[in-house]
Design a protein around this ligand. Structure first.
Ligand code: DSN
Length: 402
């Protein structure tokens, strides 16, 4: 590169990524092909509009790229193009979710979004008050059960019946367990709501066949492409084709409702990742991600750490570092806060994020827990034995700071 300052910083980040153990549940390492597509001349092109209907000339290649990406997205999740449509233009997860609400929820206080609260594992764009989704629409929230720390579908049904939301969102950022999509479908049907799944964290696991697919039950499915799916930073919106014309409305909301020109380099990179995720090796990868998470959870629990909900069925673990919870260890109330845990682990070369736990008594900037995920390190070839060693390392670092 001619720009030596940026070249040096990219080099430094490459080294940092190689040096650390990365347990950020929402990160991954993309292939060289994905990087090549991202860094290509496609970034030079404006392609406002959709295939065959662009506002600029010179888009014959753009159309082919966007069409191929859409085909691959439907193919990966085994969707019939007559029954599902997909928009591949959202720049990332938050604009994708915003586009769905803009398309399908009546604007203003009349429109109601129901999602899981952020501090129980939801996402800002599921109606949190600091997000546009909680400012422009009325939002109501459900959480997990205090005892089981898992979804309580009866309670969710009660909230839905009393609140009558226009849309119900399931799919979270810090919920380690299987979500019963069918039960959500039933709840949505009872109150006449649209059922939206945000499978951002789960997309790679669904593609790999190790987590239940939401497509049989959802009306709309959004996902980022850079977490377990192992693509570039971007997002997709799938919608059922029926008389409600969800896809048409969503297309209009993405462009011109929210965005201008799509990022074609990103769309091409997504297409690359979707094809990669459709290969048999990816199925093995997804299986290993879940196996590794189980082993990491089991070993941490064996070492005396309290895990929210008692374990995991996915790629992520929520660890209560504050309460610790095992009387046989030196931990107990006043263990180690999530922020301190994250800081000291980073000093020891392990990267995690601090995270609130359900019913947290501490603040979001220094909560009671940390979130751990296995997707990134599994991409680097780590297996069960490595995750037993990682659990021991985490335990050693944290216990020396309690
Ligand atoms: N920031 C993402 C995560 O870490 O889960 C969600 O947007």
């Amino acid at each position: 590169m001619k720009d030596k300052q940026i070249e040096r910083l990219i080099g430094a980040e490459q080294k940092r990524q190689r040096r650390v153990i990365n347990l950020i549940a929402s990160e991954n390492y993309v292939s060289k092909d994905v990087l090549t597509a991202l860094g290509s001349e496609l970034t030079n092109k404006y392609a406002e509009g959709y295939s065959g209907h662009r506002y600029y000339g010179g888009n014959e290649i753009s159309d082919q790229i966007e069409n191929l990406c859409k085909e691959r997205a439907l193919k990966l999740f085994r969707l019939d193009a007559k029954k599902w449509s997909v928009n591949v233009q959202p720049l990332s997860g938050s604009p994708a979710n915003l586009a769905v609400y803009l398309a399908l929820v009546p604007s203003g206080v009349e429109g109601k979004i129901m999602g899981m609260s952020l501090d129980h594992g939801g996402h800002l764009t599921h109606g949190h008050k600091v997000s546009a989704t909680g400012k422009f629409w009325t939002a109501v929230h459900y959480g997990v059960n205090r005892e089981t720390e898992q979804l309580d579908y009866d309670e969710i049904m009660e909230i839905a019946k009393s609140e009558k939301p226009n849309i119900i969102v399931a799919g979270y950022t810090a919920y380690p367990r299987i979500i019963d999509w069918q039960k959500f479908r039933h709840i949505a049907d009872e109150v006449g709501a649209i059922f939206m799944v945000d499978m951002s964290h789960l997309a790679g696991l669904v593609a790999g066949g190790v987590y239940p697919s939401p497509f049989k039950y959802a009306d709309v499915v959004t996902t980022t492409t850079h977490k377990t799916l192992r693509g570039p930073r971007s997002a997709l919106i799938f919608s059922k084709i029926d008389e409600r014309e969800l896809g048409k409305k969503i297309d209009k909301a993405v462009f011109p409702g929210l965005q201008g020109g799509p990022h074609l380099n990103q769309i091409a990179a997504v297409a690359v990742a979707l094809a990669e995720a459709n290969r048999p090796e990816f199925k093995k990868y997804a299986k290993q991600v879940v196996k590794n998470a189980r082993v990491l959870a089991d070993e941490l629990a064996r070492l005396g750490w309290r895990l929210v909900s008692g374990g995991t069925d996915s790629h992520l673990i929520l660890m209560d570092t504050w309460r610790g919870g095992n009387p046989s260890t030196s931990l107990g109330a006043g263990g180690i806060s999530g922020k301190t845990a994250s800081d000291v682990l980073e000093q020891g070369g392990i990267i995690v994020n601090k995270n609130t736990i359900p019913f947290d008594t501490r603040s979001p900037v220094d909560p009671s827990g940390i979130r751990l995920g296995t997707a990134a390190e599994t991409t680097r070839g780590k297996t069960e034995k490595d995750f037993v060693a990682i659990a021991k390392q985490i335990n050693k670092i944290l216990k020396s700071h309690v």
